[in-house]
Design a protein around this ligand. Structure first.
Ligand SMILES: NC(=O)c1ccc[n+]([C@@H]2O[C@H](COP(=O)([O-])OP(=O)(O)OC[C@H]3O[C@@H](n4cnc5c(N)ncnc54)[C@H](O)[C@@H]3O)[C@@H](O)[C@H]2O)c1
Length: 393
């Protein structure tokens, strides 16, 4: 591919037959011979903690980004990331960013999760493109409102289901889409993270393991099984270390069984109480069973073992979003961040639609209701959680 300047824009040419061009994969063919306008964009990042920091560093290094603007309430973190990224502006009040006209797109990575809906709403109402970390909102009607505003203002709106950018997960979806394993029959995903991260997440909100951890796997399996729709959810929660440590009503794990309208069912187990190991260690196991084959995927991050006199054995490069390793990146979050830049700068569609994120939300709300009642919950749910709690039997 080559870039050619055209006025203030850059034009991108796909050179399928050029010497040294990449092999003609389906993704490449999709753009070969096409010419699309490429525009440098100005980006705002709201919340530059763990994920927002990765987003900011990735954007700062990308030639599609002209200027970077940051908002973060912790001044010391704001200064650190502003210095690291050479941000044009940095503020502790995100509303100051909303006054900056030149910003085209926002990454919203602030916590607690109750901030997602109001901040995304303001950005979308201002006509800006939005990448919002999961969850899309706390209530279904809030998600519906955000989706409606994004459509009305014709802006891109996507949610951070980063695991879709993990090549192992993408391979499972590809193997279903191209018929390699035949028709899907059933699936299982088991995901666990360390209790340090469990404490961080549960310390800021009352969202369940279904809403905060299994959510990635619900998104992944529902994506694989499209166009089938979920119709029934059964879930249980399991108490142990987290309740003992905090005294709060915090489960260690949650198991969720989902039935689809085509008869396929799948199970997801997710938890956040593994003993400390490497910071933010995560481990995942996937079984996708089809009529013509099966995929067994080990994403347990046990492939690189570091052993030192000081800390014994550790599993580096094992966090869920991933981490920078000098010039490379281990994990999916960098690719996901760039995907959104390209969606805005090159006017391409986003991979994760807000409607899909809303569907995931409906399933994990149903899982929480099911665990409370100890009975299966049918979908669709009413738009309000209160109505769902009263009437979704
Ligand atoms: N995709 C993934 O793999 C993945 C992994 C972890 C977290 N997440 C999601 O990303 C989000 C961020 O998680 P995190 O672990 O980075 O959290 P974090 O707590 O490390 O970072 C959030 C930051 O937002 C800042 N903040 C709070 N209020 C703010 C405001 N009004 N304006 C600007 N900044 C504000 C905080 O000071 C903090 O630095 C969460 O909602 C979580 O669900 C996604």
């Amino acid at each position: 591919m080559i870039f050619v300047r055209h006025g203030s824009d850059w034009l991108l040419f796909g050179l399928r037959h050029a010497v040294g061009a990449p092999p003609a994969t389906s993704a490449f063919i999709a753009h070969a011979g096409e010419r699309s306008s490429v525009r440098q964009i100005n980006v705002g990042i709201i919340g530059t903690g763990w994920c927002g920091g990765i987003r900011a560093e990735t954007c700062a290094a990308n030639p599609l980004v002209k200027n970077l603007h940051l908002a973060e309430t912790r001044p010391e973190r704001l200064t650190e990331i502003a210095r690291l990224t050479g941000a044009k502006t940095a503020t502790t009040d995100y509303r100051e960013l909303l006054k900056i006209d030149e910003i085209d797109a926002y990454y919203i990575s602030a916590t607690p999760e109750s901030l997602h809906y109001p901040i995304a709403r303001e950005c979308l109402l201002a006509g800006k493109h939005v990448f919002l970390e999961k969850p899309i909102a706390l209530e279904l009607h809030e998600a519906d409102e955000l989706i409606a505003i994004a459509h009305k203002n014709r802006v891109k709106f996507t949610i951070g289901y980063s695991q879709r950018f993990n090549h192992k997960f993408a391979y499972v979806r590809k193997s279903i889409a191209d018929g390699t394993i035949g028709k899907p029959v059933s699936a299982l995903v088991s995901r666990h993270i360390t209790r340090g991260l469990g404490k961080k997440i549960t310390g800021r909100s009352r969202l369940s393991p279904a809403a905060m951890e299994a959510t990635h796997d619900l998104d992944f399996v529902l994506w694989c099984l499209e166009p089938a729709k979920p119709i029934r959810v059964y879930s249980t929660v399991n108490y142990g270390a987290m309740k003992a440590a905090t005294g709060g009503d915090i489960p260690d794990t949650q198991y969720i069984m989902v039935t689809m309208d085509n008869g396929v069912s799948f199970v997801i187990g997710a938890g956040w109480s593994l003993p400390p190991g490497y910071p933010n260690f995560s481990t995942t196991w996937i079984e996708m069973i089809g009529t013509e084959g099966a995929l067994l995927v080990d994403d347990s991050h046990r492939d690189v073992v570091l052993n030192t006199m000081q800390q014994g054995m550790q599993l580096p490069m094992s966090s869920m979003p991933g981490e920078f390793v000098d010039h490379s990146y281990a994990g999916p979050m960098k690719a996901e961040t760039i995907h959104f830049l390209e969606a805005v700068g090159c006017d391409r569609p986003v991979l994760v639609t807000a409607e899909q994120a809303r569907q995931v939300m409906e399933v994990y709300i149903a899982a929480d209701l099911s665990a409370e009642r100890n009975e299966a919950v049918s979908l669709p749910l009413p738009e309000s959680r209160l109505a769902a709690a009263g009437g979704a039997r």
